[in-house]
Design a protein around this ligand. Structure first.
Ligand SMILES: Cc1cc2nc3c(=O)[nH]c(=O)nc-3n(C[C@H](O)[C@H](O)[C@H](O)COP(=O)(O)O)c2cc1C
Length: 413
């Protein structure tokens, strides 16, 4: 089978079928309105992604409370957002009813901005800090997640990605650094209980077996005490806990996992591979393979960090460009059983229509991500986010920001 056929082959996820092997990553755009509802621009972005025909489109991180936001204009999913979210999903679904549309639910914990949110922590991390959470407060956070899942379901979403990655609250609780002896910390059995309780309570509250549930998980956060390390002060990788987590969540109804890595504020190149070290992406496929081996055959594993492979023009050595591009290499990962779907992050900003172009035989028209990471710079600057290479609105925004604040390092010192 050629790579086109492999990538356009449907795959079952729980009770649903994704049209092809493309998964659009959650990508924060910080472009929502002041109440956390999707703006017209947000809606148009997801309509375009739906028209792009990826098997699954995942909504950018949507915060379960206003006070747990990392971005000023981040989406929120609370009671007042219910009806606007319903209208939003309706429009995205009418752009293409076949695309599976899921929401990524999040709470930023110690990454909540102290300018417009409340920074909270399970155990203060050097350089971050925050108010120490009590057990009751964590119970309340679980309530907020459960309500958010119900709202997502009622709004018409096909499922949720319970975010357990990238240093946000879900991963803060899981990591060995959460060594405080309390209901949600210390022994692994306590740290994983937060995610287990969440899954059980969501399944019960939503009560719809067709509603998908899964998680994006950082296999290794890559700093002392981060998730996927062998102790509260050790950076050494150990997948025992991540793999145990997958099996436990699977028992509680998870039908898919998105493999990721790192905690961007600390270990950015693990989360988003830098174009100068493209071979770091290969490590992600090792983690995806370990995920795949740990779960049941029907559980779908989605691999991350594919944007850097581009059209083969990627700086990788010892392999021909025609084999190293995102499409041929991604298909090879699917064919060899490393993973089931490939996720597109930065590439989805560059060209939201990639899957459709491949299906229509217009591969030559695909706009390839240049991995310039200007989208990340826009996010850090708390402005709306998009592709500054192919969309003038974001080129202008970037130029204006740099004029106003200088280079990024200067803006932060
Ligand atoms: C601007 C920007 C926003 C992002 N927002 C999210 C997000 O909301 N949730 C998430 O899990 N990851 C987020 N990520 C990480 C991506 O989803 C993805 O894991 C990472 O970029 C690697 O994939 P890629 O190589 O295809 O870009 C973001 C990354 C960038 C650059």
């Amino acid at each position: 089978m050629g790579y086109r056929e492999t990538l356009l082959e449907p795959v079952k996820i729980g009770a649903r079928t994704a049209q092809n092997r493309f998964f659009i990553q959650p990508m924060e755009t910080n472009d929502e309105d002041e109440t956390g509802d999707p703006s017209e621009r947000t809606t148009q972005r997801y309509e375009e992604l739906a028209r792009g025909e990826a098997g699954v489109v995942c909504l950018e991180a949507i915060s379960v409370t206003r006070e747990s936001r990392a971005r000023d204009n981040q989406l929120t999913i609370m009671e007042p957002n219910r009806e606007p979210l319903r209208q939003f999903v309706k429009r995205v679904k009418s752009a293409n009813p076949k695309t599976i549309f899921i929401f990524q639910l999040t709470h930023s914990g110690e990454l909540s901005s102290d300018k417009f949110s409340r920074r909270v922590t399970v155990n203060p991390l050097y350089g971050y800090g925050g108010d120490l959470l009590t057990e009751d407060e964590v119970d309340k956070i679980i309530d907020d997640f459960v309500l958010a899942a119900q709202i997502a379901h009622d709004a018409g979403a096909d499922g949720i990605d319970m975010k357990l990655c990238h240093g946000y609250f879900g991963s803060q609780v899981l990591r060995p650094y959460n060594s405080r002896t309390w209901k949600y910390g210390g022994a692994w059995e306590n740290r994983r209980q937060f995610a287990f309780d969440l899954y059980e309570r969501i399944a019960k509250a939503v009560g719809d077996k067709d509603f998908l549930i899964g998680s994006k998980i950082s296999a290794w956060e890559g700093f002392p005490g981060g998730f996927g390390t062998d102790g509260p002060a050790s950076p050494v990788m150990d997948l025992t806990e991540p793999l145990d987590l997958l099996r436990g969540l699977e028992e509680r109804g998870a039908q898919f996992f998105i493999q990721s890595a790192g905690s961007p504020g600390i270990t950015i190149s693990l989360t988003q591979v830098d174009k100068h070290i493209p071979y770091y992406a290969y490590i992600n496929q090792y983690w995806a393979k370990e995920f795949k081996r740990a779960v049941r055959p029907e559980t779908v594993i989605i691999g991350s960090n594919f944007s850097v492979f581009r059209d083969g023009n990627n700086g990788l050595c010892a392999v021909e460009a025609k084999d190293s591009g995102l499409l041929p290499y991604g298909a090879k990962c699917v064919e060899s059983g490393v993973l089931d779907m490939i996720a597109l992050g930065r590439q989805s900003f560059a060209d939201p229509l990639l899957p459709k172009k491949l299906r229509d035989g217009r591969e030559g028209d695909i706009k390839w991500c240049t991995v310039c990471d200007n989208c990340l710079e826009l996010l850090i600057r708390q402005t709306p986010v998009g592709c500054s290479t192919y969309n003038k609105r974001f080129t202008d925004l970037l130029v204006e920001q740099r004029k106003l604040h200088g280079k990024l390092q200067q803006a932060h010192t």
